[in-house]
Design a protein around this ligand. Structure first.
Ligand code: SF4
Length: 324
């Protein structure tokens, strides 16, 4: 094995990303695995938990999302959760080995109102419990980002979802630039950025390459990069999109790992469709975080995820462990 240390770069050219993306899968995974071992403890997987603090009724038209008012969906609209309920979930999560709690609200943007104040209280409370706190509240201003940071937020999630070229096929109520502006607002603070994408929405390889290229040329890289596979559901505009083979997820993880060696790559929605050996390939290729849940549900309530005990058993069987 070479002793060469990979460098962290944000000046990747599209041609370089294309070349990496196009490699034979096992060569790609091998290269990614070496880089992963240079930058991370490969036996350690961070367990995160998602909690939908405000569900459904979102005015945005993201085609993939069961919480949009534009999509028929089985998801019931629920108001912003009470603070004590969120803290109870956070305490249980911590007892179950979770170290990061991601709180999602189905808002187009955060407004400066009593609900935002309650979210700030949630951030303070979850932080006091000793968990990394991540929030995803839609678009935010630099001032709101600052207030979240002061309350103890660790990360702000705002995904780029796909390539700029394909974006309008998926969402029409905001632009790619809106996304980049919010990420920039977050970067005016000490908050870390969680930013990734979704595959399986009918995009082509060039869109996946475009997404990875955009993420890898953000300066600095997002500290956290979730790779999601579309969770299809009946009535969704993307109901008939092609199934994603596990090897495609492995490829995305591996390329993300090579391009962004220091980032935590999170195997996110869609993991419920993967066998343990598929997931093992992703861990080999550099994924070092999973979402685990007590409710068997991911954020959008249409994608299941394994419960904590099942995940811990899987990690143990692979010689891995949950990060403390
Ligand atoms: S992904 Fe977020 S912004 Fe888009 S519809 Fe769903 S909740 Fe709203």
């Amino acid at each position: 094995m070479s002793n060469q240390v990979a460098t962290v770069r944000t000046d990747w050219t599209r041609a370089e990303v294309e070349e990496i993306y196009s490699r034979g899968l096992l060569d790609l995974v091998n290269a990614a695995a070496h880089i992963h071992r240079e930058f991370h403890d490969p036996t350690e997987i961070q367990m995160c938990q998602l909690i939908s603090i405000k569900t459904g009724g979102c005015p945005e038209d993201c085609s993939y999302c069961s919480q949009s008012v534009h999509n028929e969906s089985p998801v019931m609209v629920e108001p912003l959760m009470p603070l004590d309920e969120v803290l109870a979930v956070a305490r249980r999560a911590k007892r179950n080995g979770v170290t990061r709690l991601c709180m999602g609200a189905a808002w187009r943007e955060a407004k400066d109102n009593a609900q935002f104040e309650r979210v700030l209280d949630m951030v303070r409370g979850v932080n006091d419990i000793g968990l990394e706190v991540c929030a995803t509240l839609g678009m935010i201003t630099p001032k709101q980002a600052e207030r979240l940071a002061e309350a103890g937020l660790y990360a702000y999630n705002h995904n780029l979802d796909t390539s700029e070229e394909f974006y309008s096929e998926v969402i029409t109520t905001r632009t790619y630039q809106d996304r980049l502006d919010t990420i920039e607002a977050v970067r005016t603070t000490d908050l870390t950025v969680c930013c990734g994408g979704i595959i399986g929405m009918g995009e082509g390889d060039s869109d996946r390459i475009g997404l990875l290229h955009r993420l890898a040329t953000l300066d600095p890289h997002p500290e956290s990069v979730p790779i999601n596979v579309l969770a299809k559901y009946e009535g969704s505009k993307l109901e008939s999109a092609d199934e994603v083979d596990a090897t495609e997820t492995v490829r995305m993880v591996a390329v993300a790992r090579i391009l962004m060696p220091e980032s935590v790559v999170r195997l996110s929605a869609g993991r419920d469709k993967m066998s343990e050996s598929d997931q093992a390939m992703c861990f080999l290729a550099g994924a070092n975080s999973i979402f685990s849940s007590e409710r068997n549900m991911m954020l959008t309530s249409v994608s299941e995820c394994a419960d904590h005990a099942t995940d811990k058993a899987m990690l143990a069987s692979l010689g891995l462990r949950a990060r403390d």
